[in-house]
Design a binder for this molecule. Structure first.
Ligand code: SAM
Length: 221
C-alpha cells in the first residue's frame, strides 16, 4: 500500500540532490535551480528515460512507477549506466509512487514540458475505467502540471483504450491534438514505441499501436 513509500508534502520537498547528485552537488550552484521537466508516468523498466537522457542531456526527467521491484530495477539500471558512462545519465531518475494520487505533490503549476503515458494498463471493465491513468479528472491535474505548449504523449496497443484516451483529450478544454506534421517532425515520436519495453514487445508480435499526442493550451480569455 501507499504507506510503504514516502510522499513529498509539496514539490519544494522533492529531494533533487538524491535523484540528480551531479546536477545538485554543492560545487554546482548553477545547476541547482533546475527543475524536473519530463515525467514518464508508469515508466516500467525505464527504456524511454534512458533514450531521452542522451537526446535531451540538459533536461531533468523522472519516471514514476508503482511497483517496488520494478522501481528498484530502474534505479540500479540508471546507476550502472552512470558508472559505465561517466558524466552521462545524470539527468534521469525514478520514484516509486502512485501517480494517480500524488502528481501535485511532485510538480508545481506549469513545471513540466512533457508527460508520457506509454502503454498504460487498459482496465477493460467499465467499473474499472476510473482506474485508468487518463481520465477527465486526472487531465485537470496534468493540465495544471504542464506549461502552456507542453506536450502529453499517449500510446497503447489496445484500440479501445486508445479511443478512450483520445476522447478524454479531445473533450478537455485545455488540450488540442498535435498536427501530424509536428508529430512527424518530433524526434520523440518514434521513441514511444522503439524505446519502451512494452512497445518493443508489441513490435515483435506485429501488433498495432494507437497514438494520441496533445498540446497544453493557453487559457482562453
Ligand atoms: N511505460 C512502460 C512501457 O511502455 O514499457 C510500462 C508500461 S506497463 C504496461 C504499465 C506500468 O504502469 C506498470 O509498470 C505499472 O506498474 C505502472 N503503473 C500502473 N499504475 C500506476 C500508478 N497509479 N502509478 C504509477 N505507475 C503505475
Amino acid at each position: 500500500s501507499d504507506s510503504h513509500f514516502p510522499v513529498p508534502v509539496s514539490p519544494s520537498h522533492v529531494d533533487y540532490s538524491t535523484h540528480y547528485p551531479q546536477h545538485f552537488s554543492t560545487s554546482d550552484q548553477a545547476g541547482s535551480c533546475k527543475k524536473i521537466q519530463f515525467a514518464d508516468i508508469g515508466c516500467g523498466f525505464g527504456g524511454l528515460l534512458i533514450s531521452l537522457s542522451t537526446l535531451f542531456p540538459e533536461t531533468l526527467m523522472i519516471g514514476m512507477e508503482l511497483r517496488d521491484k520494478v522501481t528498484e530495477y530502474v534505479k540500479e539500471r540508471i546507476l550502472a549506466l552512470r558508472v559505465a558512462n561517466p558524466g552521462q545519465y545524470q539527468n534521469i531518475s525514478v520514484v516509486r509512487t502512485n501517480s494517480m494520487k500524488y502528481i501535485p505533490n511532485f510538480f508545481e503549476k506549469a513545471q513540466l514540458s512533457k508527460m508520457f503515458f506509454l502503454f498504460p494498463d487498459p482496465h477493460f471493465k467499465e467499473k474499472n475505467h476510473r482506474r485508468r491513468v487518463i481520465s477527465p479528472f486526472l487531465l485537470d491535474e496534468y493540465a495544471y502540471a504542464l506549461q502552456v505548449g507542453g506536450i502529453i504523449y499517449t500510446i497503447t496497443d489496445v484500440e479501445e483504450l486508445g479511443d478512450w484516451m483520445k476522447a478524454c483529450l479531445d473533450n478537455h478544454p485545455m488540450f488540442e491534438a498535435l498536427p501530424s506534421e509536428e508529430l512527424e517532425a518530433d524526434p520523440v515520436t518514434k521513441l514511444l514505441s522503439s524505446a519502451t519495453e512494452e512497445g518493443q514487445k508489441v513490435d515483435r508480435n506485429g501488433g498495432q499501436t494507437f497514438l494520441a499526442v496533445y498540446r497544453r493550451l493557453a487559457p482562453s480569455l
